[in-house]
Write a protein that binds this ligand. Structure first.
Ligand SMILES: [Zn+2]
Length: 109
């Protein structure tokens, strides 16, 4: 299975889980749940989205910064040099990543 299909499958699974969190949140709000409970569900939803984003980014060839949880997607500053947009940490990859989006052919399925 191509990395694109794996990423799409992973994103679809995350969306299903995220939808469940949103439904739970809606029910809490409708039931007049305490603010703390609602905030906790919102934090869970945020973490779910961030984890899914990092997982999908890895599948697409991005590096992730492990100095945070959920992990932060690093941006390729120049070929093989990745930089974390949150903490500025830089990582050099030994080889050009096979999943790099810099080659147009990777966009084709
Ligand atoms: Zn970082």
């Amino acid at each position: 299975m191509s990395e694109w299909l794996l990423a799409a499958k992973s994103a679809a699974e995350s969306l299903v889980h995220f939808r469940g969190l949103l439904e739970a949140l809606r029910k809490l709000v409708e039931a007049g749940a305490p603010k703390d409970e609602i905030v906790q569900k919102l934090k869970e939803a945020e973490q779910q989205v961030s984890s899914a984003e990092a997982h999908m980014a890895q599948r697409l060839g991005y590096e992730i910064c492990r100095a945070h949880w959920p992990p932060v997607v690093m941006l390729e500053k120049e070929p093989r040099l990745w930089c974390c947009p949150e903490c500025g940490r830089q990582v050099k990859s030994a080889t050009l990543n096979a999943g790099s989006l810099h080659t147009e052919s990777k966009w084709r399925i």
